[in-house]
Design a protein around this ligand. Structure first.
Ligand code: NAD
Length: 361
């Protein structure tokens, strides 16, 4: 019998299956759905590390084509979409084709967007292979790509047919990528569940086996939020905790010629620290809680060097952030560990103070 921890999770238009149930459900779906053909989108790394495992679990007899993109956030752009749209078109995809996104958040975000726009929308399935994609990016229907250095500027919200979480893909995921995904799990704890945050903090070493139940728990948290508010009118904004400044920092490092690109979770970890500093000033997070968040995140994520000359470009990028309405920079802040509040305005001097706080840690 399935452990309660591995029960499938339903949202409005999609369903997340876990572990051994994933391929049973996929094969049943493919038999019934009558797709004209199936396309699998991979990046260079998931082609080498995940495709054989995935194909080995398919039991259908319909044409399958593999489309490969270059790995990395730098390729999550409209030019890559163009390549995939062209490949689909040249390979004869039609409105009844299915796209399966086998990869991390870049593949699921970009592939989802390609599917939602090709011929005005074809079905797609997410098979997330990174921790970040399993606990966050593949769930909730947000798809899209970056525009220059502006993160996720172009996209649509439309859920996949299903999400298949098979944690054995994580065995080949590099350790820094595992840590990156763990940041979104910590975020889930910080915004909704102090107990979950504490349990995550007790983990000494990230291993695939220990993570399986926790991954399920994170998906439960994310799914609850996006099911109530699929289009981010209210509580879905909680998921942006750490992402307002975090995205601006990630964007700045992505395009600055002298900076090393940060992994998404690494940038979000900085974002969660600086936004917790702001929360201590504005929304009631206590000093001991702020210290707890900062110390915990700094133990896991390497300190990022943010020079004084980076401050203004980062703050300028905030103004362009897609989440801001009418030019106002709106933040999600913590009231306490496990409880968040959204639509908080933050004065510019506090943004600078928060970056100073991080630098002095
Ligand atoms: P990613 O897709 O770039 O994957 C990270 C790296 O791991 C890549 O090099 C990839 O090729 C490699 N990889 C993936 N699975 C592997 C495996 N099993 N074995 C070996 N290598 C593997 O990035 P990510 O961290 O998965 O996702 C980050 C992206 O997700 C960002 O673009 C972010 O904006 C997006 N995101 C989206 C949402 C959403 O709701 N749609 C939520 C959070 C993040």
């Amino acid at each position: 019998m399935k452990t309660p921890q591995m029960q499938s999770i339903k949202s409005k238009d999609s369903i997340v299956y876990f572990q051994e149930e994933t391929y049973i459900q996929l094969n049943q779906y493919l038999l019934k759905a009558n797709h004209s053909d199936v396309f699998i989108l991979v990046d260079t790394n998931t082609h080498d590390n995940c495709l054989a495992r995935f194909m080995g679990n398919l039991e259908i007899d319909i044409p399958i084509e593999v489309i490969e993109i270059e790995a990395g956030e730098i390729n999550k752009n409209i030019e890559t979409c163009s390549g995939v749209w062209n490949a689909l078109s040249e390979l004869g995809a039609d409105r009844k084709s299915l796209l399966i996104n086998l990869g991390g958040g870049v593949v699921t975000d970009l592939g989802g967007f390609v599917a939602c726009t090709f011929k005005r929308g074809i079905s797609y399935i997410n098979v997330p292979t990174s921790l970040l994609a399993q606990v966050d990016a593949s769930v909730g229907g947000k798809t899209g790509v970056d525009l220059g250095n502006l993160k996720n500027m172009v996209g649509v919200i439309s859920e996949s047919e299903m999400v298949l979480v098979d944690t054995s893909y994580l065995e080949t995921l590099p350790a820094n990528e595992l840590r990156s995904g763990f940041a979104e799990m910590l975020k889930h704890g910080l915004i909704t569940d102090a107990n979950y945050w504490q349990r995550l903090n007790k983990i000494k070493e990230l291993t695939t086996t220990d993570l399986a139940d926790l991954i399920h728990e994170s998906v439960v948290i994310k799914n609850k939020i996006v099911t109530v508010d699929p289009t981010e009118q209210n509580i879905r904004k909680y998921l942006n905790f750490g992402h307002t400044l975090g995205h601006a920092i990630e964007s700045h490092f992505l395009t600055h010629p002298k900076k090393t690109t940060l992994l998404h979770g690494e940038a979000i970890a900085v974002g969660m620290i600086v936004e917790s500093f702001i929360a201590n000033k504005l929304s009631g997070l206590t000093l001991p809680e702020l210290n707890e968040v900062s110390q915990s995140l700094l133990t896991i994520y390497p300190k990022v060097i943010i020079e004084k000359e980076d401050y203004q470009p980062i703050i300028d990028l905030l103004i362009f952030d897609k989440k801001n309405v009418g030019g106002k920079v709106l933040f999600v802040l913590l009231k306490q560990i496990g409880e968040a509040v959204y639509n908080c305005e933050v004065p510019e001097e506090l943004l600078i103070a928060s970056l100073n706080y991080y630098n002095n840690l």
